[in-house]
Structure formats: structure tokens, C-alpha cells
Design a protein around this ligand. Structure first.
Ligand SMILES: CC(C)(COP(=O)(O)OP(=O)(O)OC[C@H]1O[C@@H](n2cnc3c(N)ncnc32)[C@H](O)[C@@H]1OP(=O)(O)O)[C@@H](O)C(=O)NCCC(=O)NCCS
Length: 199
């Protein structure tokens, strides 16, 4: 048991120390929406410019502020900024002509003793939705989960964000994680390598 926990922690450590993780998968370096090509980049926090950080926070605030305002903790941009740009964070960013149109904030981590990719954010600019970008980003996170042999891809979603729940559960085959609490405000969803179906 101790051995298993150690090797799980070791896998997280290897993932956290990895650099240039897209180098062996050129098919994930761009994403085509019709005839428009989006650039795909994965950043560690110290590779991000202040203007990129601001653009991602703006995108998040535009999409999510209202949701947060319906919870007791409300919307706090500086608190979000601290969470988003924690030193263990990574960001997948899809951009058009240098402007971010979608991103995911994630971390390689241990969660309840299990090695995971924790997806903290998945945000698509409104007029770029329903074009497969969300699915593409989740596919990319699945790919990272698989190359680092991590057990789960996991995330938290407000339980009143019905479109996102439909996207994850019906669209992508996520299910309620065993660690999901009884909460009025959010649920935890996951995909494990035990029940993966192709995206
Ligand atoms: C939820 C979100 C990430 C989905 O991303 P997307 O790029 O629009 O989704 P995709 O185009 O990849 O959709 C894949 C499938 O998921 C399902 N789906 C996606 N959006 C949906 C919606 N609004 N309602 C119902 N099903 C949806 C569909 O089955 C879709 O396949 P289809 O378009 O062939 O029918 C995006 O709507 C978003 O950024 N919303 C605002 C922010 C947010 O709520 N983020 C999640 C927080 S955890």
C-alpha cells in the first residue's frame, strides 16, 4: 500500500518536472476550426507573460463571474489569480492571431491519495463554443494523463452549470467521482483509466 502510494507520488513528480510535453505529438500543436487554425501551447506559470495572464483571467471572469456570484464565496479576482498562477499550475492555451480563445488550467497532483490531473478551469470564449474545442482540450488532458500513467482526470463543476455538466457527462463520458461531496453548489466529476471510452 505504502509502495503504491509512493509510486503514485513518483508519477506526479515526473509529470510536474516534465518540460515541452507536446514535443512528441505534433497533431496536438494546432487545432483547426473550419479553415481557421488555432495555435495550441502548454505553459508553466513562469513561461507566461503578464498580458497572457490578464487575458486568461478576463476570459474566466467573462464566462464565470455570474456563477461565482451565486455562491456564498462570490467572485474574487485576486483570489482566482493566486489559484490560477500557483507555481504548480499549467495552462493549455488555444489562440487565434496571438489572442487566447480558450484555455484550461490544470495541475498534476495527488488527490485523496490518488495521482491525478486536476482540471481547475476549462474556458472557451462564447463565439468559439460548440466547435469541438472543449472536447479537443479534454482529449489533450487525457493524453497527458495517459503518457504520465496517472489514474484520473478530475474536475469540479458548479451543479447549476447545466451546460457544462451536460458537456462533461453526456458529451465526454465523465461520471460523478467517489470523492464528490454532498454540496448544494458543486460536484466533482472524473474519468479514470478503468472506464475510458474514446472521446
Ligand atoms: C462547457 C464548455 C467548456 C464546452 O466547450 P465547447 O468547446 O463549447 O464544447 P464542444 O464543442 O467540444 O462540445 C462537445 C460535446 O459536448 C456537448 N455539449 C457542449 N456544450 C454543450 C451545451 N452547452 N449544452 C449541451 N451539451 C453540450 C455536446 O454533446 C457536444 O457535441 P456536439 O456539439 O457535437 O453536440 C464551454 O461551453 C464553456 O467554456 N462554457 C463556459 C465556461 C464553463 O462553464 N466551463 C466549465 C467550467 S468547469
Amino acid at each position: 500500500m505504502l509502495q503504491t502510494r509512493r509510486s503514485r507520488q513518483e508519477r506526479v513528480k515526473v509529470a510536474r518536472n516534465s518540460e515541452n510535453i507536446l514535443k512528441d505529438c505534433p497533431e496536438l500543436e494546432t487545432y483547426l476550426v473550419g479553415d481557421q487554425q488555432l495555435a495550441v501551447d502548454i505553459y508553466t506559470v513562469n513561461q507566461m507573460s503578464e498580458s497572457l495572464k490578464k487575458s486568461l483571467l478576463d476570459l474566466l471572469e467573462g464566462n464565470m463571474r455570474e456563477f461565482y456570484e451565486n455562491t456564498p464565496s462570490g467572485w474574487d479576482r485576486s483570489e482566482k489569480s493566486v489559484e490560477m498562477f500557483d507555481s504548480n499550475s499549467r495552462h493549455v492555451v488555444l489562440s487565434k492571431d496571438g489572442e487566447p480563445v480558450a484555455f484550461s488550467h490544470f495541475q498534476f497532483d495527488m488527490d485523496h491519495g490518488v495521482d491525478v490531473i486536476y482540471c481547475y478551469e476549462l474556458q472557451i470564449l462564447e463565439n468559439w463554443r460548440r466547435k469541438g474545442i472543449g472536447r479537443f482540450i479534454v482529449r489533450m488532458l487525457e493524453h497527458l494523463r495517459s503518457i504520465f500513467h496517472l489514474t484520473k482526470l478530475i474536475l469540479t463543476v458548479f451543479n447549476f452549470n447545466l451546460a457544462a455538466i451536460e458537456f462533461y457527462k453526456e458529451g465526454l463520458g465523465f461520471s460523478v467521482d467517489e470523492t464528490s461531496p454532498e454540496s448544494q453548489y458543486y460536484i466533482i466529476l472524473s474519468r479514470t483509466n478503468a472506464h475510458l471510452s474514446p472521446l
